[in-house]
Design a protein around this ligand. Structure first.
Ligand code: MG
Length: 482
């Protein structure tokens, strides 16, 4: 798109904002989104974990709401795209994981939660993993965040990936990573990478490289310290904080104060450190008397990364894991905390998703929605009263073929609508076999195909899936490209 067209579209959004946004008697609420990486559905005390201690997030759930049918996306990159733009990531062509030095990323016309909230004067910060393109124009501070400190992509995309080819005299860090991965049973699905596949991993402060191949055991602590500073610095104005932890995505690096504490090993140590971090954030909000002016959301980007064995999470009663559209790949823990706005102890099994965070934030802030189609809906009615219905009639599960592309090359972007859910019913649409129907109320583990017993339900869902997919593909928006 030519620059003039881009300017016109941005100007339109700004003028729309001026028209729609009205001064409010009270300040709009602060919004904090805490995103864990690859944390399974069962990996919180309040989600039934028998061996990971999360007292702070459990308390957050008791004081707020827990959504038990909350959907992310099957992989890290698409999940972040969905959360930040309010769209199924097929819609904005972000349905794959970017690798280092990619020539693509989030398009400049996409509108993130941070950009929505900037329209209402919010101070915005991001801490942690981005994964929507690492070239300068795709970075967070060019997509609505006043500042960013973190990693541009996954923490395993570095020279110490366990599947890097063995060479004589390789670094002890690589040997240690390989030893750990072999201990967990990780086989990398037969993949190996050449020694120069991943460049040194930069820890970034906006465009500045703070460290290369940083000590990852310090990351959660560094993010937490900066989160607390940001909250304190912005106590007197509305703010948006997006805290996207790198943990517990393999390789696992718990902080020194947490290593060895959990009976669930390194994975449990990392979650317990994130729980402690969350507790410190909530305590700070209380100390600053901001607890009635803040929404805090805790969730994960996808299910457990099963090939990593004991270094992976647990999806609890759900079938499948990261990368799949079985519930265990995409249904994630979700806790919403906003005293005074969300009643304490609310638990809902209604359909909700990370795509809903943008319109929910916009509604809370009194900010206009983006000028293009989004898929998310405002969750505040669902979160405000027990027994409320989901704003979604259906949820659509898009599957992606994980395709790392040659460095500098164009991504191979293959995705398909692989399942649909309508209330209790989920129809899966395998590529090479008959659709299967599951009753998620009676069979959350998706173990009994009941399509033969309910052919009309299966037919109706299949037809709705085809209708939605066709309509969506008629409105695809482009990927950003260098
Ligand atoms: Mg992930």
């Amino acid at each position: 798109m030519p620059a003039s067209a881009t300017l016109t579209r941005r100007a339109l959004f700004a003028s729309l904002a001026a028209t729609v946004a009205r001064p409010q008697a009270t300040r709009p609420p602060n919004i904090i989104v805490i995103l864990a990486d690859d944390q399974g559905y069962g990996d919180l005390g309040c989600q039934g974990s028998p061996n990971i201690r999360t007292p702070h997030i459990d308390r957050m759930a008791r004081e707020g709401a827990r959504l038990t049918s909350f959907y992310a996306q099957p992989l890290c990159g698409p999940s972040r795209a969905a959360l930040l733009t309010g769209c199924y990531p097929v819609r904005n062509s972000l349905m794959f994981n970017h690798i280092p030095r990619a020539t693509t990323g989030i398009h400049e016309n996409e509108v993130t939660i941070a950009e929505v909230l900037k329209q209402r004067g919010y101070s915005t910060a991001m801490l942690g993993k981005w994964h929507l393109g690492d070239a300068p124009r795709f970075r967070p501070h060019r997509h609505g965040f006043d500042s960013w400190f973190g990693l541009p992509y996954s923490n395993d995309m570095w020279p110490f990936h366990p599947k890097i080819q063995r060479t004589p005299g390789e670094s002890p860090r690589l040997t240690a990573a390989r030893t750990r991965a072999e201990f967990t049973g990780y086989d990398g699905q037969g993949q190996t990478y050449p020694t120069d596949w991943f460049p040194d991993l930069p820890l970034m402060q906006n465009d500045e490289i703070v460290a290369l191949n940083p000590d990852q055991s310090k990351l959660t602590g560094q993010y937490t310290g900066r989160a607390l500073d940001f909250i304190r610095d912005n106590r007197s104005r509305p703010f948006f904080l997006y805290l996207a932890h790198n943990m517990p995505h393999a390789p696992l690096f718990p902080g020194a104060d947490f290593a060895g504490r959990s009976v669930r090993g390194r994975y449990g140590d990392c979650i317990e450190e994130i729980d402690d971090s969350t507790g410190r954030i909530l305590d700070t909000l209380r100390q600053l008397n901001l607890q009635n002016d803040t929404l805090v959301v805790y969730t994960s980007d996808n299910g457990p990364w099963a090939p990593y064995g004991i270094d992976a999470g647990n999806a609890g009663p759900l079938r499948g894991a990261k990368g799949s559209v079985w519930e265990g790949g995409i249904r994630v823990p979700a806790v919403f905390w906003a005293p005074g706005r969300i009643p304490a102890g609310l638990v809902s099994s209604e359909i909700a998703a990370t795509i809903d965070l943008l319109p929910t934030a916009a509604a809370l802030a009194g900010a206009p929605l983006p000028p293009h189609t989004i898929d998310g809906r405002n969750l505040m009615p669902l979160l405000s009263a027990s027994g409320a219905r989901s704003p979604h009639e259906n949820f659509y599960y898009y599957e992606v073929v994980l395709q790392y592309t040659p460095q500098g090359g164009r991504p191979v972007n293959h995705q398909r609508l692989a399942a649909i859910r309508n209330r209790q019913w989920k129809l899966t649409l395998p590529e090479r076999s008959q659709p299967q129907l599951f009753d998620l109320l009676g069979d959350v583990g998706e173990s009994r195909d009941c399509a033969a017993q309910h052919p009309a339900v299966a037919l109706s869902l299949q037809s709705e899936a085809e209708r939605f997919d066709k309509a969506l593909r008629g409105q695809l928006r482009p990927l950003g490209a260098l």
